[in-house]
Design a protein around this ligand. Structure first.
Ligand SMILES: *Cc1c(COP(=O)(O)O)cnc(C)c1O
Length: 404
C-alpha cells in the first residue's frame, strides 16, 4: 500500500473549494521556510523576494524571534487588557525609545493601527485644535494603500478595493501623491491630519519627489495639522533607515507600524507618537482584546532588539545598493524603470514584455517568488537577511524572464 502524498494541485483545490476567493495567489504551496528561502510541499526550494510584503524583514523564523516566542508561549500568552502583564510596559517603553516617541498604542493588524490613528487624529482635532464636532477633515494621497476596513477603503482611490462596499465614511480628501501644493490647497481650518505613506508600496514602490515630505511637515506645522506617517510597509529598516521618513530628516506626529513589528510570527501593530496627541484617549474610548497581548509584546521586544543594533538598516542600505545597481542594468533590457530605496524595488516591466502576473509565474517556475503590484510592476522586497549572492541569483532570474 502506498501512502498518498497530497500534491500541490490537491492543496490548491482545497483552498479554491473552501476559502473565499479574495486573493489570487501564485500556484505554489509552501510547507517550510528559513531565512530568505521557502520550500514547497514537493520539496522544491524558492528564494523569497517578497518577504510577506515586509512582514518578514528579518527572514523566516529568525532564531532570536522564534526563541522569544517559544519562551513566552511557556509563560503567558493572553491576559486581555483587563489586567496588567509584565510584557506590555517594557514593550511600549522599548518601542518608544527606539522610535523617539512618547507613547505607544498597541494593536494587531496594520489596518487597525491606521484606524486607531484616524480616530486619535479626529479626537485631537475636536479636543485640542477646536474643530467643530463631526466636521474634521483628513487629507490622504491618491493611489494610497492603508488597509481594508470600510473606513480605510472609503478614501482609497482603487475602484476594485471600493466597489460594492459603500456607503463610505465621510471626512477624507484625496489629493495627488507627491504634490505638496495640492495638500496646501486642500487644508482648511477643519483639517485634522495629513496621512501619507513615505514610500507608496502597493502603488508600485513609488518614492515621492525630493522635498515633498519636508514640505508636508512645514504645511502641517504652519496650519496646526498632524502629520501621520504610515510606515507599516516602509518602516522598520526596509528602506535602510528605521523609518522611510528618516531619509528626509522629517518627524511625524503619529506613525503607524505593523508588518515587521510581529517578526513574521504573529500580527503586531502600533501607533506611536507624541503625548499631546495619543494622550487624548481615555479608558473605554478605544481598545482591542488582543492588542498588546503578552506573546505579541514578547515577539515585538525581540524585534525592537534586532532593530536597535542598526544591523538590519545597514544590510538594507548595503545589499539594497547592490540590488538597485543590478536591477539598474536591466533598464532598457526588458525593464522600463526601477524605483525604490534600500532592499525594496518596484521593477516596471517594459511595454511588450510579459504582464506582471505572467512574469511572477515565470519567476516562480525558476525558483524565485515575488509578486506583481498593479499590472506591470514587480515588487521586489527580499528579507533583509538576503546575501548579495542571493540577490544576484534573483536578479539573474528576473533578467532571464524579462530580458529581450
Ligand atoms: C499592509 C499595509 C497596511 C495594512 O496592514 P494589514 O496588516 O494588512 O491590515 C496598511 N498600510 C500600509 C502602508 C501597508 O503596507
Amino acid at each position: 500500500m502506498t501512502a498518498t502524498v497530497p500534491t500541490t494541485a490537491a492543496f490548491i483545490e482545497l483552498d479554491e473549494r473552501w476559502s473565499t476567493h479574495n486573493y489570487h495567489p501564485l500556484p505554489v504551496v509552501i510547507a517550510e521556510a528559513e531565512g530568505a528561502w521557502v520550500t514547497d510541499v514537493q520539496g522544491k526550494r524558492y528564494l523569497d523576494f517578497l518577504a510577506g510584503y515586509s512582514a518578514l524583514n528579518f527572514g523566516h523564523r529568525h532564531p532570536a524571534l522564534v526563541a522569544a516566542a517559544v519562551e513566552q508561549l511557556h509563560r503567558v500568552t493572553l491576559t486581555s487588557r483587563a489586567f496588567h502583564h509584565d510584557q506590555l510596559g517594557p514593550f511600549c517603553r522599548e518601542l518608544a525609545e527606539l522610535t523617539g516617541t512618547d507613547l505607544v498604542l498597541p494593536m494587531n493588524s496594520g489596518a487597525e493601527a491606521v484606524e486607531s490613528a484616524l480616530k486619535v487624529a479626529r479626537k485631537w482635532a475636536y479636543r485640542v485644535k477646536g474643530v467643530p464636532q463631526d466636521t474634521a477633515q483628513i487629507i490622504v494621497a491618491g493611489a494610497n494603500f492603508h488597509g481594508r476596513t470600510t473606513t480605510i477603503v472609503s478614501f482609497s482611490t482603487d475602484e476594485v478595493a471600493r466597489a460594492d462596499f459603500g456607503p463610505f465614511t465621510p471626512g477624507f480628501t484625496a489629493v495627488k501623491y507627491g504634490d505638496a501644493q495640492a495638500v496646501e490647497a486642500a487644508i482648511t481650518d477643519r483639517t485634522a491630519a495629513v496621512l501619507v505613506e513615505p514610500v507608496q508600496g502597493e502603488a508600485g514602490v513609488v518614492v515621492p519627489p525630493a522635498g515633498y515630505l519636508r514640505e508636508l511637515r512645514r504645511l502641517c506645522d504652519e496650519n496646526n495639522v498632524l502629520l501621520i506617517a504610515d510606515e507599516i510597509q516602509s518602516g522598520l529598516a526596509r528602506t535602510g533607515e528605521l523609518f522611510a521618513l528618516d531619509h528626509d530628516g522629517v518627524r511625524a506626529d503619529l506613525y503607524t507600524l505593523g508588518k515587521a513589528l510581529g517578526g513574521g510570527i504573529l500580527p503586531v501593530s502600533a501607533v506611536v507618537g507624541r503625548r499631546e496627541v495619543l494622550g487624548v484617549l481615555r479608558p473605554g474610548e478605544h481598545g482591542s482584546t488582543f492588542g498588546g497581548n503578552p506573546l505579541a509584546c514578547a515577539v515585538g521586544r525581540a524585534v525592537i532588539k534586532l532593530l536597535a543594533t542598526g544591523e538590519f538598516q545597514e544590510r538594507s542600505r548595503v545589499v539594497g545598493e547592490h540590488l538597485h545597481r543590478r536591477l539598474g542594468e536591466l533598464v532598457g533590457r526588458g525593464v522600463a524603470e526601477v524605483r525604490g530605496r534600500g532592499l525594496w524595488a518596484g521593477v516596471e516591466i517594459a511595454p511588450g514584455g510579459p504582464g506582471g502576473r505572467a512574469a511572477s509565474e515565470a519567476l516562480m517556475a525558476r525558483g524565485v517568488l515575488c509578486k506583481e503590484t498593479q499590472e506591470t510592476t514587480l515588487r521586489v522586497a527580499p528579507p533583509l537577511v538576503v546575501t548579495e549572492a542571493e540577490v544576484d541569483r534573483g536578479v539573474d532570474v528576473i533578467a532571464e524572464v524579462l530580458g529581450t
